[in-house]
Write a protein that binds this ligand. Structure first.
Ligand SMILES: C[S@@+](CC[C@H](N)C(=O)[O-])C[C@H]1O[C@@H](n2cnc3c(N)ncnc32)[C@H](O)[C@@H]1O
Length: 138
């Protein structure tokens, strides 16, 4: 049986998109608000805990020329997101990386994602961290 990481919510990844909307009826509105908060000049956008890629997709629909770098520690969530982003035609604008973002924040040099981003977004994910993380804003 596959490991279910904290935050995956559903044992079957294919249930996430429908199930999360049943749990959180205003889920789409929440993601739209996050996407609207991203400055329009953003070229490189970091997403922490991308899950099935719903927020990445909303951001790319809004900023189709941007590059989104998406971290998630669950390989099957990342795969689901990758398939969705590819089906939408944004595969050149999205890079999924399997990583614990707490580990990345503590040891950014370990990960090959660069360190400069114009915006960082996250939804329903960072509360799964047990310790404080510090993300340096330059
Ligand atoms: C509830 S889901 C939300 C997914 C997506 N952001 C959304 O709003 O639909 C939380 C996601 O964060 C991921 N996650 C939680 N803690 C994480 C960590 N420390 N590092 C990487 N991914 C993490 C989980 O694997 C899961 O995909």
């Amino acid at each position: 049986m596959q490991n279910v990481f904290p935050g995956e919510v559903f044992a079957n990844t294919a249930d996430f998109d429908t199930g999360i909307r049943q749990l959180l009826p205003r889920y789409d509105e929440m993601l739209e608000v996050i996407a609207r908060c991203v400055p329009s000049t953003s070229q490189r956008i970091l997403e922490l805990g991308c899950g099935t890629g719903e927020l990445s997709l909303k951001i790319l629909n809004r900023f189709p020329d941007a590059q989104v770098v998406a971290l998630d520690y669950s390989p099957r969530m990342l795969q689901f997101a990758q398939d969705k982003i590819t089906a939408a035609g944004y595969q050149q604008h999205w890079t999924g990386t399997q990583a614990d973002f707490g580990d990345w924040a503590d040891n950014p040099e370990k990960f090959d994602i660069g360190s400069e981003f114009d915006a960082c977004v996250s939804s329903l994910a960072i509360h799964h961290l047990q310790d404080e993380i510090e993300i340096k804003v330059i």
